[in-house]
Design a protein. Structure first.
Length: 402
């Protein structure tokens, strides 16, 4: 039996894809010790892993730092600051455990650094699309990128200074800014398929495209399934982080109030359903819903374009309307559009008329459904959590014998 330590960031889009993998590793006899914030304890323990709370990490990790994805340099600086704070605390706890390998989310620089300090096999868990400068320029635009970098220059300089200080303290290689948000590793488990990842061959043979790891998740939302009206279901969600956009949710209500559809909206914890005004009879609005169960019933998914949500929608063959709320999601939206599995908006708050037009296209043009189904098939053929676990155990075995 091997022993793994798993380090993640406390946001559902990064945690949920990892849980089936952890369950699979435990099922195969591995001991997994998973570090996260306290609110994730029940989810982690349900996999059979041992939960450990991060010392001093805020539950609303990104929100409390006012990070909304609009400034990658600022996010990178924050992650390196957290790495400098966490490293001595985690080293004190993890070194005595003598783990055989370390798994960390690609947005956990402290995982990458810890693996170097302890000389452990480093395995990255990636729920993101990989991008290169050319693809970023194509999807985001050179002007927007230049403006973002110019405004972020003080954060980049601060990041680089702190990275050098951490490297000197722990005798490791300084992490360049380009690796801050997608940390390198010896092996990368990417929860997408080669077909969905643009230019997959360009990112190296150490990346294993295993597809989304989908498994039932514990749910305590008490969703009223008995109230579903039997009409085609349109599901709306902006995820769990950047979702405080009441104007968008009102536009969705107005768009479909007179349609013979079932509208289900997950609006998050920042918006009270009553703040959206009178709800049409065909709408169910709740802070959170059991997303996988809703997607199995959905005809259209209106999403922010987070990778986890897009993966889950396409896994069930649901065509998408993508309304990006931040830079990273523009890249995901472009891939959905290019593969013909949905339509996208450049505005984060399209009008009710625009939403109706987009939904009409998806209902009337069967190619969107067919293309979503093709992507679903590529996801399921990629191997999921079973292949991911096999790749990890084979890699660790080879590492030990080398």
């Amino acid at each position: 039996m091997g022993k793994a330590v798993f380090l993640n960031v406390p946001t559902n889009g990064h945690v949920n894809p990892s849980l089936p993998l952890v369950s699979e590793l435990v099922k195969r006899g591995e001991q997994v010790i998973y570090y996260l914030t306290e609110s994730y304890r029940s989810k982690i323990e349900a996999t059979g892993a041992e939960f450990r709370p991060y010392p001093g990490m805020a539950e609303r990790f990104f929100e409390n730092a006012d990070l909304d994805g609009s400034s990658p340099p600022r996010t990178a600086r924050y992650l390196m600051q957290e790495s400098a704070r966490l490293l001595p605390l985690l080293l004190e706890q993890i070194k005595p455990l003598k783990p055989d390998y370390l798994i960390y989310d690609v947005m956990c620089p402290w995982g990458n650094l810890l693996g170097q300090v302890l000389n452990l096999p480093r395995i990255a868990s990636s729920a993101l699309l990989f991008v290169n400068p050319a693809s970023m320029i194509k999807t985001v635009g050179i002007g927007r990128i230049a403006s973002m970098l110019a405004k972020g220059t003080p954060h980049i300089i601060a990041y680089q200074r702190l990275s050098r200080e951490v490297a000197k303290t722990y005798n490791v290689t300084p992490m360049p800014f380009a690796q801050a948000l997608i940390n390198p590793a010896d092996l990368v488990i990417a929860y997408t398929s080669r077909e969905f990842q643009p230019n997959a061959q360009a990112f190296g043979s150490h990346v294993r495209y295993v597809g989304p790891a989908i498994a039932p998740r514990p749910d305590a939302s008490g969703f009223p399934f008995e109230k579903l009206n039997g009409h085609p279901l349109i599901f709306v969600s902006l995820g769990t982080v950047i979702n405080n956009n009441p104007e968008f949710f009102r536009a969705c209500l107005n768009a479909f109030a007179s349609w013979q559809v079932q509208l289900v909206m997950a609006v998050g914890s920042s918006i009270k359903p009553e703040a959206l005004g009178a709800l049409p009879e065909n709408a169910i609005v709740r802070p959170f819903v059991p997303q996988l169960e809703i997607l199995t019933r959905s005809s259209i998914f209106i999403t922010h374009g987070g990778m986890n949500s897009v993966h889950e929608g396409l896994y069930y063959g649901v065509p998408l309307i993508v309304v990006p709320q931040q830079l990273e999601q523009l890249t995901v939206a472009a891939r959905v559009r290019d593969l013909g599995a949905g339509v996208t908006f450049s505005s984060n708050t399209p009008s009710a008329d625009d939403l109706r037009s987009a939904a009409t296209r998806l209902f009337q043009d069967i190619s969107f459904k067919n293309n979503a189904q093709k992507i679903s098939e590529s996801f399921k053929a990629a191997g999921g959590q079973a292949r991911a676990a096999s790749e990890i155990l084979t890699f660790v075995s080879e590492w030990k014998s080398s």
